[in-house]
Write a protein of this length. Sequence first.
Length: 263
Amino acid sequence: MAPPLTIAVAQQKGGVGKTTTTANLAHAGSRAGARILAIDLDPQGNLTRTLYDQDIPEGQPITADVLTEEGPAPLADVIVSTAWSGLDLAPTVDRDLAAVERDLTQNPRTPARVKLLHDAIQASEVAAGYDVVLIDCPPNIGALTLAALAAADRVLAVTEPTLFSADALVEIEESVARVRQHYQVPVTLSAVLVNKWRSNVIEDRHWRLSLAEQFGDLLLDPPVPQRVIISRAIQAGVSLSQMGADAKPIVELYDRHYRTLTS
Ligand SMILES: Nc1ncnc2c1ncn2[C@@H]1O[C@H](COP(=O)(O)OP(=O)(O)OP(=O)(O)O)[C@@H](O)[C@H]1O
Ligand SMILES: [Mg+2]
């Protein structure tokens, strides 16, 4: 059986919508009947709060344990199932992953350590269980994001339609190229998604055009609009398809982007 397609959702600027995008693509995959593993690789643990409404029991291994040097936990032991069919989660509890990030940053990053997440996803019991793995990255290109890039086949960069976010995309593109070369992995920047798009704002239209020039076919079209219903669903820990008829166009938009990203 083919290993799962692994997609890292990245952007070093905070608050652009990485977690929102990861959660909604995970829901789209679940709606499509795919077996999805969402990995929360951000010490903030926002994806975990969105997809999992229970406490992680004391002693249950979490994502951080997969990345520790001394005897990493198997990813299979970390995974919990969520309320949605086919959607599982590798959860994060903030302080532990932050400690791993500090450790990874302070100690020499051996290729073996950077590739721990890659190896964990490729381990047979995980690889056989999923069609798609989605990794939610923290808002920096630090050690954890590098581990995600080394584990990924594809990177989805999420951006707001502003100059600052657009500039940050160049850095991601360079990081992806560096990781590909340095760790001999197949990762590529395969899509850019403009999020929080306001069609009536001239600046947003301007930056979308300039991103289209810069990234051509990589730019997912149409962008995801700024809509209160999107943040409400995330805060309530429900999927957009549970938000009634008003959310239907957005649900269809994420379904469409999921198909493009995974085809
Ligand atoms: N399209 C959207 N419309 C309205 N609100 C949105 C949209 N996308 C994201 N948000 C809101 O913006 C805030 C930041 O989103 P999110 O947490 O997904 O960003 P992030 O990039 O993961 O942040 P961080 O860098 O801190 O991890 C959240 O309150 C979220 O609900
Ligand atoms: Mg986030």
